[in-house]
Write a protein that binds this ligand. Structure first.
Ligand code: PNS
Length: 163
């Protein structure tokens, strides 16, 4: 039986904590679809096309069973369209758990056939978040320990073009 999972997120931008979870999930599932939310209610720093391209470049070494797609609407519908039985989410710290539990229960109510799987990101990335990476980059700090190389370059280009 082929085990398919989606790993949804805003990924604005992808961090090393996300990447660590993607790598663990890529080792666990036969097929992994990283879903980049195209949320019209939020104004992201990077367009959905830019985020998809950054992640594609970053996860290419994981192999052809990992793909990256933009999606909108409900995560459970994206999971169903992708033929996935699992939603992967990362936990960096206990503080992530409450919101994640609420999301997992909501998704289960919406689609009982899809289970949420939590993977703990590596301890060294416990402090990393997309918003902190953006703030550090905005003021010229070094984000290379926090985000993949393609994202560090994109952040640098974005903020140096503005100054
Ligand atoms: O990276 P994020 O912002 O923590 O990801 C949150 C995400 C995209 C997983 C969540 O907002 C989501 O699933 N959005 C799609 C809409 C949806 O399905 N909502 C109901 C589930 S809570």
């Amino acid at each position: 039986m082929s085990r398919v999972a989606v790993f949804p997120g805003s990924f604005d931008p992808m961090t090393n904590a996300h990447l660590d979870v993607a790598q663990r999930a890529a080792a666990l599932f036969d097929h992994l679809v990283i879903g980049v939310l195209n949320n019209s209610r939020k104004t992201p720093l990077f367009s959905v096309e830019q985020r998809v391209a950054q992640i594609q470049q970053t996860v290419a070494p994981f192999g052809p069973h990992v793909e990256v797609k933009a999606f909108d609407g409900l995560t459970v519908d994206f999971a169903r369209r992708s033929g996935a039985g699992f939603i992967v989410r990362g936990l960096r710290a206990v503080s992530d758990f409450e919101a994640e539990l609420q999301m997992a229960h909501t998704n289960r109510k919406l689609q009982p056939a899809v289970d949420t799987v939590f993977l703990m990101s590596a301890l060294e990335y416990g402090y990393v978040s997309s918003s902190l990476a953006k703030e550090v980059a905005q003021f010229g700090g070094d984000v290379t320990p926090m985000v993949p190389a393609a994202v560090a370059t994109a952040l640098h280009e974005h903020f140096s073009a503005r100054s």
